[in-house]
Design a protein around this ligand. Structure first.
Ligand code: ATP
Ligand code: MG
Length: 370
């Protein structure tokens, strides 16, 4: 079995820099390396509906936004199958079968689900006015996510570190399915985290733990240079660094975290020749005598250098929206075939393939012909 890569995003908004460094940039690198048999990237609209059931319009509008972000970041539909989750009904059948192998208690222990429940007010710890009932579909989405991964027999899942508990849960489901039905139909996937640690969970511009659509602290791939300027200039730094001459802290300083994630050696020669590399800037900032505004201006140049080719590609794709939908449709058709094959193998292993099982029909006939 070769290498099969799969990953996806929820269409709850446009993609942001957290998605870019956490997963999207890695996907483009993997695509360019070409070391895989199949590569699937999908838009998780069914998962997005688990906490947006009352707002299908938001999901519908964002499917095209995420698709545009994928293409503009450099995903090439001739190399990568891009599909929409709801168009693969086999995933829902698989989810049903997997649900029987997972306990409520195991789901309750999933730390990402716990954190996301709290964020959305879906649990008893949430503040009174923020408290909402927990939709069953949201609670069980790790199971549906396991189906997304297993349907394609994915070996490699490039995601940010918030997805670690999901992949672990998926691996358990694979072991349980193969063990229970005494088969080797499903494949245990491996998580692929960004090698640069700061990219595994990029903080928001407000310094909060994670840049997230739900927290409103994002710089989007499709932001204009003016938007990016406003957001960078308002970014959280070191609250103790009041005067330029004061020594500053780089740990927990979002500007430096972003420089760790985005700057390259060549950026210094191009935008800030006073320094040879990031370490020299950090040393100066820590000693004192280097102001936040200079650092932010450099970061702005770096971000715009990364975003400019993405903006240019987006402008091209925006001119042909029907073609973008066509890419998604073709990708969904191709994905459906693969998922149907896996589902068939699963049903065979579970022995619920009654009409294709000649031995079963013969045995039942023999029983009643006595
Ligand atoms: P939502 O708030 O709707 O959950 P999100 O911003 O968390 O949206 P997802 O669609 O849940 O985005 O995540 C898609 C992918 O991007 C996942 O692989 C996730 O690990 C990665 N990702 C999201 N935010 C970040 C971040 N701040 N840093 C690194 N990776 C991230
Ligand atoms: Mg998320």
């Amino acid at each position: 079995m070769g290498r099969i890569i799969l990953t996806g995003d929820r269409p709850t908004g446009k993609l942001h820099l957290g998605h870019y460094v956490g997963s999207l940039r890695n996907r483009v690198l993997l695509q360019e390396e070409g070391n895989y048999d199949r590569f699937f990237v999908f838009i998780a609209d069914v998962q997005a509906l688990t906490d947006n059931a009352d707002n299908p319009e938001k999901v519908r509008q964002n499917v095209i936004e995420v698709a545009l972000d994928y293409l503009s970041a450099g995903l090439d539909p001739s190399k990568v199958t891009i599909f929409v989750q709801s168009q693969i009904p086999q995933l829902h059948e698989m989810t049903q079968f997997f649900s029987n192998l997972v306990t409520v208690q195991r789901l309750q222990r999933n730390p990402t689900v716990k954190a996301e429940m709290a964020l959305r007010g879906f649990n008893a710890d949430a503040e009174e006015e923020n408290r909402r009932g927990l939709p069953v579909g949201f609670f069980t989405y790790p199971i549906s996510q396991a189906a997304d991964i297993c349907a394609f027999k994915s070996t490699t899942v490039p995601v940010g570190e918030d997805q670690e508990p999901m992949i672990e849960q998926c691996r358990e489901i694979v072991r349980s399915f193969n063990g229970t039905y005494n088969c080797d139909v499903l494949v245990e996937p491996q998580i692929l985290l960004p090698s640069n640690k700061v990219c595994r969970r990029l903080p928001g511009t407000d310094g909060k733990a994670k840049m997230s659509k739900s927290l409103g602290n994002c710089i989007y791939l499709s932001d204009t240079p003016e938007d990016v300027k406003k957001k960078v200039m308002g970014m959280f730094t070191d609250p103790g660094h009041l005067k330029v001459e004061d020594p500053g802290k780089v740990e927990g300083n979002t500007v430096f975290t972003y420089l760790d994630a985005f700057s390259e050696e060549a950026d210094f020669a191009q935008f800030w020749p006073d320094y040879a590399n990031l370490q020299e800037v950090k040393d100066h900032y820590t000693r004192g005598g280097l102001g936040d505004v200079k650092c932010k201006k450099f970061l702005l140049n770096v971000l715009n250098a990364r975003l400019e080719p993405i903006r240019a590609r987006r402008a091209e794709y925006e001119k042909d929206i029907p073609e973008v939908y066509n890419i998604l449709k073709k990708g969904s058709e191709a994905a459906r075939e693969v998922a149907a094959q896996t589902l068939w193998e699963m049903k065979e292993a579970m022995k619920i393939n009654y009409f294709d099982d000649a031995a079963l029909i013969a045995a039942q006939s023999a029983k009643y012909s006595k």
